[in-house]
Each structure stands twice: as structure tokens, then as C-alpha cells.
Design a protein around this ligand. Sequence first.
Ligand SMILES: [Fe+2]
Length: 243
Amino acid sequence: MGFVDIHAHILPGMDDGARNPEEALGMLGMAWEEGISDVIATPHYKQGRYHARRQTVLEQMELLQEAAMEQGIPVRLHPGTEIFYRGGLEEKLDRGALWTLNGTEYVLVEFLPPEEYSYIRNSLDSLLGMGYRPVLAHAERYRCFLKDAEKIGEIRKMGCRIQVNAGSVVGEFGHSAGRFVRGLIRKQMADYLGTDAHDLRGRSPAMKKCAAYLYRKCSREYADALLFGNAVSDLLEGAEGAG
Ligand SMILES: [Fe+2]
């Protein structure tokens, strides 16, 4: 079992991620070299901008999976969406219009970085009330949490889960994001890692450096959980979209 990347913009032509099948395949090859065995493909869904229709995600994922197999890249792809939260999302999820993470009750959600904590908390609460498990995408990006990391503890207690970007752990997204993420990791308050890869250069599917850091600084048990264990048990095993 390799690492699990639960957040990647790897499906071509769906958002601001991979621009074409060649780039997507290049990213998948790099993911494999970085020790990643499973990628949940999470194109953006943002009302009026990125659509990430359920059927299109599945089709694009299957095409990419086939191409990867032809190239001898053994990374497994799973369907997902990164959803920009807006009221009414719960109804869309209930209709099955969007992919949760691999068809589980876990939903990868994002907000605007300067969003108020009360709005974020109420939105997460509304998802929880409908039986979903929100996973906050790149938790290091929001001002309200950077100012007060205790609030991460609050939303985890409510039932939410926390995804951080592998690049942030090793300081690739700035000093304050790095310090914040490493603080969460020290307190074992991060649950999953994502590369949030968009391309092959600037925001690539890199994981090795982050893994080396985790195995150096954390217990083996927590590093394993963060790099693959939590994702396997919550998102991959026995899920509807598995395969
Ligand atoms: Fe993303």
C-alpha cells in the first residue's frame, strides 16, 4: 500500500487543473514515483464556474485509468469532487448530482480564505445534520483558523475531518501555512493529506518530502494514519465508488 492523495485536480479539462490527457498522465506518473498508490480525483465544483458533473467525473476518471494502465502506471483512481460550499449543497448531494469522496459520506468542502468562522461552522453543521461528514480542504488556507487553531479542534469535535496539503507541511505555501500545519500535526489534528496537485511544476503531486518529514517528526502510527491509514479505512474500503 502506498500513500493516498485525497485531493487532486488531475482529471483533464474539468477545472484549473490538468489541461489535457497528456498532462494528467504525466501527473499520475509523478504521483507513482512519489509513492502514491491511490488518488481521489477531486475536480472543483463551484456554482456557475466549475461543474464537475457526476457522470463526467466518472467518464474522465475511467479514461485516465485506462491510459495509465496502458502506460504501466499502477496508481488507482477514485471519484470525488472538491466542493465550494454554498447553501443548497446538501440538496444537490442528496440528489446524487455530485461525487462525495469515493461515494462515501465524506465530502471535501472548501470556503473563501477570508470567510468568517461562524459561516464555516454553520455550513459544516448543516452538512453534518444531513448525515454527511465534511472534510475541510486545505485547512491551512483560512484566516479564521490561522488566527485560532483551537477552532480546528472545535469542528473536529463536531464530527468534521481535516485535510492539509502535503506541500504546506514542508513549507511550500509560505511560512504561516507551514507553521500552522506542522502545529496541527504535532497535536494530531490533521486527518488526511492531499497534494492538491494542479499541474506538473508549480503545484505537482509531490508527497515524498512530506512523508520523510512525518516519519522523522511523528510517531510511526500517526504518520501511517495520515499518509494512508485514515483514508483507506474511511474512504477506500467498501465504498460505493471503489475501483
Ligand atoms: Fe483543490
